[in-house]
Write a protein that binds this ligand. Structure first.
Ligand SMILES: C[S@@+](CC[C@H](N)C(=O)[O-])C[C@H]1O[C@@H](n2cnc3c(N)ncnc32)[C@H](O)[C@@H]1O
Length: 279
C-alpha cells in the first residue's frame, strides 16, 4: 500500500477538527468527508440563506454502491443543522450499473456497461433521508422535476462518467428557474483522472459542459476563477468545481454580499498608523 500525504493530512485534520463548533473552519481546512461536496453545499446554503430560502436540494448523478450519496447525506445534515436550512438529498442511477456506451464520446476505453451495480436494499437501509431515483437519467430527471416537489437545487455532483449521460442530466437545467438557486454549485468528478483516462474537451463530461455553454446564451457552467489559489489544501476538486450561472433567474441580481454598506474611506496618516497590525 502506498502512503498518500494528502489523504494522511486530511485524516489528521478531520480528527483534529471533528469537535470544533466552527463549521467555517471545517470547510476551510477540508475536514469533512468529501470536501468537494462540503465546499459546494456550504456555499450554496449560505446563498440560499442570504436570499431567504427555507430549503435547498443537493443531487448526485451516478450513485453506484452509494458511498458518495451517504457522504453527501452526512455533509448536508451537518451544514443544514448548523445554518438552519433544510437540505434535501437525491441520488440518480439506473441501479444496474453503466448502460452501454453510445459512441467514442463516452470514452468506452475507460468505462464499460455493467460496471458499478447498486445493491438497492443494502443502500436503502443505510440512507436516512436521501431519496433514490432509479431509472435512466433522462426519465429520472422528469420524475424528479414533475412529481417529487424538490426544494431549489443548490448543488449537483455529476458522476455518471459518460458524455451521453451527463448531457441528459444537464437537460435538467432547461427546467424553470424556480427549480434552482440563481447560482448552483456543480462538481464534475470525471474531468481529471489517471494517465490512461486522458480527459479532454472533445469527449466525456468536458464535452457535455462545452456543448451546454455553446447552446445556452442566458445560462453557463463556469469554473470559479482562482479557486485553487484561495484554498489552504491543494486538491484536484478545485478544478472539478464549477458554478451554474442562471443570468435570467429572477433572483440572480439580488445582493448577497456580507456588508450591505461597504465603504472604503480615504485613510489619513494617523488612521493608517492606528490600523497597522503585525502580519
Ligand atoms: C462511477 S459510478 C458513481 C460513483 C458514485 N458517485 C460514488 O462516488 O460512489 C457511475 C454511475 O453512473 C450511473 N449511470 C451512468 N449512466 C447513467 C444513465 N444514463 N442513467 C442513470 N445512471 C447512469 C451508473 O449506473 C453508475 O452507477
Amino acid at each position: 500500500m502506498t502512503l498518500n500525504p494528502v489523504r494522511i493530512g486530511r485524516a489528521l485534520r478531520r480528527r483534529a477538527l471533528r469537535l470544533t463548533p466552527f463549521l467555517d473552519l471545517k470547510i476551510r481546512y477540508d475536514a469533512l468527508d468529501r470536501p468537494q461536496f462540503a465546499y459546494g453545499i456550504y456555499h450554496a446554503a449560505l446563498q440560499a440563506k442570504a436570499l431567504g430560502y427555507e430549503a435547498m436540494s443537493a443531487l448526485e448523478f451516478g450513485v453506484a454502491g452509494g458511498n458518495g450519496l451517504i457522504a453527501m447525506e452526512r455533509v448536508a445534515a451537518e451544514i443544514g443543522a448548523r445554518l438552519g436550512l433544510r437540505i434535501e438529498v437525491y441520488g440518480f442511477d439506473t441501479g444496474a450499473g453503466m448502460p452501454p456506451a453510445v459512441d467514442h464520446r463516452d470514452a468506452p476505453f475507460i468505462w464499460r456497461a455493467g460496471q458499478f451495480r447498486m445493491d438497492f436494499d443494502a443502500l436503502a437501509q443505510r440512507l436516512a433521508t436521501a431519496r433514490l431515483v432509479i431509472d435512466d437519467v433522462e426519465a429520472g430527471i422528469k420524475t424528479f422535476a414533475e412529481t417529487m416537489k424538490p426544494a431549489p437545487i443548490g448543488f449537483i455532483s455529476f458522476d455518471m462518467d459518460y458524455y451521453s449521460s451527463t448531457k441528459k442530466a444537464l437537460a435538467l437545467c432547461e427546467r424553470n428557474h424556480d427549480l434552482f438557486l440563481p447560482r448552483a454549485f456543480f462538481y464534475f468528478d470525471d474531468i481529471v483522472g489517471d494517465d490512461s483516462e486522458l480527459h479532454c474537451e472533445f469527449i466525456g463530461e468536458l464535452l457535455a459542459i462545452r456543448e451546454f455553454n455553446d447552446t445556452h446564451a442566458d445560462m453557463k457552467i463556469a469554473s470559479i476563477h482562482g479557486l485553487a489559489s484561495k484554498r489552504a489544501i491543494p486538491d484536484h476538486w478545485h478544478v472539478k468545481t464549477f458554478v451554474h450561472h442562471r443570468f435570467a433567474h429572477p433572483r440572480y441580481c439580488d445582493f448577497v454580499g456580507a456588508k450591505a454598506d461597504w465603504q472604503m474611506p480615504l485613510q489619513t496618516a494617523s488612521s493608517r498608523s492606528r490600523s497597522w497590525r503585525p502580519v
